[in-house]
Design a protein around this ligand. Structure first.
Ligand SMILES: NC(=O)C1=CN([C@@H]2O[C@H](COP(=O)(O)OP(=O)(O)OC[C@H]3O[C@@H](n4cnc5c(N)ncnc54)[C@H](O)[C@@H]3O)[C@@H](O)[C@H]2O)C=CC1
Ligand SMILES: CCCCCC(=O)/C=C/C=C\C=C\C=C\[C@@H](O)[C@@H](O)CCCC(=O)O
Length: 256
């Protein structure tokens, strides 16, 4: 996607991957709204971006993505302020197997809503110009991963993305929908998750074998999804072995 002059919205953008995604978008000349529940860090991040890229290029919107009204209001606020919407990054996520319903609400329910809102504002059938939605899933949605509810939410995001990315839907709405599936990445998520001791040991073993990504590694995958204009319903894995689009497995129901 040619981002110069475009308008983007990133959830969970105060820190971590979302902050990196927002900066990658700013570097390409688009305006970005940072949505996050963490007001202090979010305002700090937005101020730093405004200093670097221009005060009119970035804004922070306090938003708990699990609150339907707040998320709808945030999208409307961004469209009112910047005059449109071209790119939505549904990135906010937590790993919390204790408050597992909250994990489902943040990681899956809010991503469904974020996709619906993106389609509402960008969809050609609604008078929009078309656009791009990138959902942050995880390799936890593709392979066996110890925390079960977190894994289920990420598998849900992968399924949601593949469905919304079907050709006949793009023909109607002109919005491409793709998923980014990073492996373990050194962010605050690793420090703040709540999982059982046995799941923690399982993850430790996996990190020992599979290694730990740094945010710049994940940004390579994000930028690839920004640049690959022919991809829709695509799932891009990011591991220390590099970037890999998941195979397009076909079934008896697929067109030749
Ligand atoms: N760190 C890792 O190993 C991996 C993370 N992911 C996914 O990447 C995404 C970003 O996570 P990280 O950058 O690692 O974590 P992070 O904890 O550094 O960033 C997550 C951001 O989301 C925000 N957030 C959390 N709940 C929210 C809510 N209800 N409303 C609005 N904002 C909320 C947090 O305040 C934070 O700024 C998540 O979806 C996560 O599941 C995927 C694969 C690996
Ligand atoms: C193969 C599936 C990978 C999926 C990764 C993902 O989506 C989220 C992972 C979130 C948390 C992982 C926590 C792991 C914790 C412990 O292994 C801890 O020792 C990690 C220490 C990290 C560091 O040294 O900074």
């Amino acid at each position: 996607m040619q981002l110069t002059g475009k308008i983007a919205l990133v959830t969970g953008a105060a820190r971590g991957m979302g902050k990196g995604f927002a900066e990658a978008i700013l570097e390409r000349g688009a305006k970005v709204a940072l949505l996050d529940t963490n007001e202090s860090i979010g305002q700090e991040t937005a101020a730093a971006f405004a200093l670097k890229y221009g005060a009119d290029m970035c804004t922070f919107v306090l938003c708990d993505v699990t609150d339907k009204g707040q998320l709808e209001g945030a999208f409307q606020q961004v469209v009112d302020r910047f005059g449109g919407l071209d790119l939505v990054v549904n990135n906010a996520g937590i790993l919390n197997e204790v408050e597992w319903e909250k994990c489902i609400n943040v990681n899956l329910v809010s991503v469904v809503r974020g996709c619906h809102l993106g389609l509402h504002y960008m969809g050609k059938q609604n008078g929009g110009k078309g656009g791009l939605i990138i959902n942050t899933a995880s390799v936890a949605g593709l392979y066996a991963f110890p925390p079960p509810v977190y894994a289920a939410t990420k598998a849900g995001v992968v399924g949601l993305t593949k469905s919304l990315g079907m050709d006949y839907k793009f023909a109607k709405d002109g919005v491409r929908v793709n998923a980014l599936c990073p492996s373990f990445t050194a962010t605050s998520l690793l420090e703040e998750f709540k999982a059982s001791e046995e799941d923690l040991r399982g993850m430790d073993d996996m990190i020992e074998r599979g290694g730990l990504l740094q945010i710049p590694d994940v940004l390579k995958g994000f930028v690839k999804l920004l640049d690959d204009d022919d991809k829709n319903g695509a799932v891009l894995e990011v591991t220390l072995q590099g970037l890999k689009y998941r195979g397009y497995e076909s079934g008896p129901w697929d067109l030749e």
